[in-house]
Design a binder for this molecule. Structure first.
Ligand code: ATP
Ligand code: MG
Length: 666
């Protein structure tokens, strides 16, 4: 326990007399304080793991924290310890207190595309773009805990008026579906705790000590949840860094840092100043960039590490050339430095940048893992399958009902669904329940009813099995019964069908494994899927280059980092330049730079395709702001003259690498 902790870290770990805030820059060991404090609470203070809750920002971080704690405690994770995201904690609370929240235990969790669909339905808004903006507005109100009645008064432009008008109906629709959206996962527990003393006290007794990582990115609703859970005792430790606040666009509020000091006057604030992650040049560049932002809190960050390699900035012709260059550089570097692929990370501002990189890595047979990317669960084929799972879990989920009823087509047409919809609305029940009611026969022909009920019986049969049999087996049978593979090949081109089917196989394989590992049945697995925004490669031994957006890279560290697309308009993003919000982009840049331990490569493109046209780009202002100690590469020297030559060089390198690895020299 005493190993590798500095004095302020130890102070933060052993301080238990009141609330504690660790405020410090990147790589200073904040997360390390949390894991060691958990171990100390259990081993040193005899607090039961059951009574400790640690809140992380992503599922991946939660998993890593579990592992780190297990490692500290001699290899075994303490049973009963809660380590999860705010949202996952919300799910637990709602599931346990479902009745108090007006829900049944098998409620559905809807993701962004479902909620946009509902807004577009209740507002009769055909334009998905507008529906999306309205949903965004509703979500912001919910994050700020503003109810529909108040939203009406706050609305001040056309869009927010429209959103305020449908807000109430949107909420009622969710409840009718026995469904919640992401924001409800926080706001329902807050509301429950604020209105029900008995329930609140029960949870306060359950989670006696709380630890929160990445505190700077909590929003108002999350802060209120924290306050309710901690009560007046204030038994918590929060760690954060105002310079890494990058979720303002999602309602996070750095003011929460100040609020903590105001609401808990006895708050002990501890600062960490030594960075253990990065070599000195990297740290200095990060410090220099962030010094261009207005300071909120006084902090310093220094390192005992040597200067390390110079940061290199390389100009590339366009995004394709950039991808090619990065792939080649990684291959060459790996060859020379005898590293593993997983020592490299490629980080970018927007998800859309990943596609070209992925293509290039695949072409060059470089293994990779992508995290936090465009959600795997957003793909049509996965959503198809998910709609069945959601319906199994919750027959009131009308969105899932319609999608599964019609995908693959089973000869039930829109007029049947409309008639069923009218009847179900008149009876105030869900579509699934409505088709089994006697009265349905007045509105639907016997033939229509027969088709519907056949589907209903099928779902009921699978549902029965889903509660009793292993998840994998039920899934396989479900896919066979709906002839999904055959349907894909009938409706898509061969290549597309193959790729979709392979995604489905990945999904089934993953669920099967998860079911076995966690001892959960298909219904239990389904309820938490919406919370997992990525399909992590679960195998920690998998050796692949890591691809992530800057937002998703928070809290992580990699020996060698490639930060790509560092241009005006990309990073900082054009919309932030337009809205004069470059500070948040600068914090993103700071997050990106500080992920690197040993080397940092930055690239920018001289031209970039925007829609149909190709535009000339300027290097990002952040490059100039990093200070002078960087190496500017010129692509004419650094990159191949022609595409073919480049490909040939890469192929050569790969062949050399493979033969070396095969001969066991690697
Ligand atoms: P971020 O702001 O990026 O989340 P952080 O402040 O949470 O960073 P950690 O991830 O906890 O920082 O630590 C950064 C690295 O430094 C890790 O590899 C960690 O193991 C190491 N480290 C932290 N404290 C010490 C220490 N006292 N001695 C040696 N290594 C340390
Ligand atoms: Mg951290």
């Amino acid at each position: 326990m005493s190993a590798l902790l500095n004095a302020p870290q130890r102070e933060a770990i052993y301080y238990l007399d009141g609330p504690c805030l660790v405020l410090a820059g990147a790589g200073s060991g904040k997360t390390r304080v949390i894991t060691h404090k958990i171990a100390h609470l259990i081993n040193g203070c005899g607090i039961s793991a059951n009574n400790i809750g640690a809140i992380t920002f992503t599922n991946k971080a939660a998993k890593e924290m579990q592992e780190r704690v297990a490692h500290l405690m001699g290899g075994r994770a303490p049973g009963g310890l809660t380590v999860c995201t705010f949202h996952a904690l919300g799910v637990r609370i709602i599931r346990q207190e479902a009745l108090h929240c007006g829900l049944k235990k098998q409620f559905s969790i809807l993701d962004a595309s479902d909620t946009v669909q509902i807004v577009s339905d209740v507002a009769s808004e055909g334009d998905k773009g507008i529906a999306k903006q309205m949903q965004w507005q509703i979500s912001s109100w919910k994050n700020a805990m503003i109810p529909p009645e108040e939203a009406v008064k706050l609305a001040d432009n056309e869009l927010s008026f429209a959103a305020a008008k449908v807000f109430g109906e949107y909420e009622r629709t969710l409840r009718a579906y026995q469904a919640v959206d992401f924001d409800d996962l926080i706001s329902l527990p807050v509301h429950l705790f604020e209105t029900n003393d008995e329930v609140r006290e029960r949870w306060q007794n359950r989670l006696r000590y709380l630890l929160v990582d990445e505190y700077q990115d909590t929003n108002r609703a999350q802060y209120r949840l924290l306050r309710q859970l901690c009560g007046v005792r204030g038994a918590f430790t929060a760690v954060g860094d105002d310079d890494q606040a990058i979720y303002a666009w999602r309602g996070a509020d750095v003011e929460n840092l100040r609020l903590l000091q105001k609401d808990y006057p006895k708050l002990r604030v501890i600062k960490l100043e030594q960075n253990y992650r990065s070599s000195r040049r990297i740290l200095e560049a990060a410090n220099t960039v962030i010094s261009h932002n207005e300071k909120l809190f006084e902090k310093t960050l220094w390192s005992e590490h040597g200067p390390g390699e110079q940061i290199a900035v390389t100009n590339c012709r366009d995004a394709e050339h950039e991808a090619e260059w990065v792939a080649m550089k990684i291959t060459a570097h790996k060859f020379e430095a005898r590293t593993r692929f997983k020592d490299y990370a490629i980080l970018y501002r927007g998800n859309h940048q990943a596609r070209i990189i992925e293509q290039q890595l695949r072409n060059q047979r470089i293994p990779y893992v992508m995290s936090g990317g465009q959600s795997f669960f957003d793909r049509a084929e996965i959503r198809d399958l998910l709609s069945y799972l959601r319906l199994l879990l919750n027959p009131d989920d009308d969105l899932a009902f319609i999608r599964s009823l019609t995908t693959p087509r089973r000869g039930i047409g829109p007029s049947t669904i409309e008639a069923l919809g009218r009847y179900s609305a008149s009876r105030h029940v869900g579509l699934f329940a409505a088709m089994f009611e006697e009265g349905a026969s007045v509105h639907l022909t016997p033939k229509q009813l027969e088709g519907l009920r056949e589907f209903g019986d099928f779902i009921n049969r699978i549902q029965y099995r889903a509660q009793r049999e292993p998840a994998g087996q039920v899934l396989e049978d479900l896919l066979l019964a709906i002839r999904y593979e055959a349907w894909l090949f009938e409706h898509c081109g061969t290549r597309e069908a193959e790729s979709k089917w392979s995604n489905v196989r990945d999904f089934v394989g993953w669920l099967t494994r998860k079911g076995e590992e966690d001892g959960k049945n298909l219904l239990e697995l389904t309820q938490t899927i919406a919370l997992i925004s990525m399909l992590d490669k679960e195998d920690p031994d998998f050796d692949g280059v890591q691809l992530a957006t800057l937002h998703a890279s928070k809290g992580l560290e990699f020996p060698h980092v490639f930060l790509i697309g560092v241009e005006e308009g990309m990073l900082p993003h054009q919309s932030s330049i337009d809205e004069d919000k470059v500070d948040e982009e600068r914090r993103l840049m700071y997050v990106g730079i500080t992920r690197a331990q040993r080397s940092l490569n930055i690239t920018y493109c001289e031209r970039r395709k925007m829609g149909k046209e190709s535009r000339v780009c300027e290097p990002s202002r952040f490059i100039a702001e990093m200070g002078g100690d960087i190496k500017m590469n010129d692509r004419k020297a650094a990159a191949p003259v022609t595409k073919e030559e480049g490909k040939a060089r890469l192929a050569n390198l790969m062949a050399m690498l493979e033969s070396r690895d095969k001969n066991g020299a690697g």
